[in-house]
Ligand binder design. Structure first.
Ligand SMILES: NC(=O)c1ccc[n+]([C@@H]2O[C@H](COP(=O)([O-])OP(=O)(O)OC[C@H]3O[C@@H](n4cnc5c(N)ncnc54)[C@H](OP(=O)(O)O)[C@@H]3O)[C@@H](O)[C@H]2O)c1
Length: 315
């Protein structure tokens, strides 16, 4: 099988389309013939070796990136009863495990869910990591009629954040660049602001919950906009922000997204009902992953970037 892998940390050019040996699934794993794989900022942050203290992750080189895939089960381990060969699945496990930018991946069966028939392989592959980040940050905090502000509402996490907050019954305001204001409205935001508008952030009102999907803001600068006992949720946990929030009586949550079966099931139900959809910014053939990384690193994806396995068309 072929896969994208890197043998040293660096720029997008370290990504190489390489022939690798196929492994057989362990007792609790399935082997998935990958149709599509989602691209996330964590993939290129790990590739660049630039994440602070990344040596703690003990990423072993050579490494195949990619946390989320869609595809067809090719083989199952001896303990697996939930899937059989031929089943169409969406799977997600830690970005540190990787393996998604490949023609075939081994994943725990518990990290996979059946693909809803109305969701394309590309949409399925692009959903789990970003959508579960938004969901796990808001879960238990966003309630019916909560006023939620989503910063970065046009990106991977943010575009799911708007839809999931709406599905949880919230009233959503979202922020992105001015070229994406209509997109925010299409996703269900009742109000949208452009961060490149000279009046911003003066237009912001008061909110119960701020979901910072850009991870460039902090509870101190937004505290006047967050109700006491409100919450500041960030996609990049920061102990200083935790302290700033505590001082102001604001709840703080910084997520490290996890693959949890109950959350994956909830997401699949939202995708199946059409309440939540993956907006595809662009697709790239998997062997051109370096171009996909360049695009993601620009930081302006409208929804998700997805890799498509060039041999998947052959079934
Ligand atoms: N902790 C975790 O488990 C976890 C999980 C997922 C993501 N993350 C992190 O969360 C961040 C966002 O991830 P993502 O996948 O959503 O990224 P993304 O798809 O690249 O989205 C970036 C968003 O940021 C907005 N943006 C860009 N420049 C901006 C600026 N100068 N001011 C305000 N907004 C700006 C973009 O809006 P426009 O395009 O309209 O400019 C877009 O909405 C990344 O740092 C990622 O590593 C963490």
């Amino acid at each position: 099988m072929k896969a994208i892998q890197y043998s040293k940390f660096g720029g997008p050019d370290v990504l190489q389309w390489t022939e690798l040996k196929e492994s057989t699934p362990g007792p609790d794993q399935v082997a998935i013939r990958v149709k599509a794989a989602g691209v996330n900022p964590v993939d290129w942050k790990l590739r660049s070796g630039s994440i602070p203290f990344s040596f703690l992750f003990r990423l072993k080189l050579p490494f195949v990136p990619g946390a989320e895939v869609s595809g067809i089960v090719a083989e199952t381990g001896k303990n697996v009863t939930s899937f059989k060969p031929g089943d169409e699945v969406i799977g997600y496990h830690s970005a540190l495990e990787g393996g998604g930018y490949a023609e075939r991946i081994l994943m725990k069966a518990s990290c996979c869910q059946p693909r809803p028939s109305n969701v394309s392989f590309e949409e399925g592959a692009g959903a789990p990591l970003a959508a579960l980040t938004a969901y796990q940050l808001m879960k238990g905090l966003v309630k019916e009629d909560s006023r939620v502000l989503v910063l970065g509402g046009s990106g991977g996490v943010g575009h799911f954040g708007i839809q999931i907050a709406r599905a949880m019954g919230a009233r959503v305001t979202a922020v992105a660049s001015s070229r994406n204001l209509q997109f925010l409205a299409d996703l269900g935001a009742s109000e949208g602001f452009a961060y490149d508008d000279s009046d911003y952030p003066g237009q912001l009102k008061n909110y119960d919950i701020v979901l910072d999907a850009v991870a460039r803001s902090n509870p101190a600068e937004l505290s006047g906009r967050i109700e006491r006992r409100g919450a500041f949720l960030s996609t990049l946990p920061n102990p200083v922000h935790f302290a700033e929030a505590a001082l102001r009586g604001i709840h703080y949550r910084g997520a490290m997204v996890e693959s949890r079966p109950e959350d994956m099931r909830k997401l699949m139900a939202w995708l199946a009902s059409g309440e939540v959809r993956t907006h595809i910014d662009s697709t790239f053939p998997m062997d051109q992953a370096k171009e996909a990384h360049r695009k993601s690193e620009e930081g302006h994806a409208k929804g998700k970037i997805v890799l498509v396995n060039p041999s998947a068309a052959q079934g």
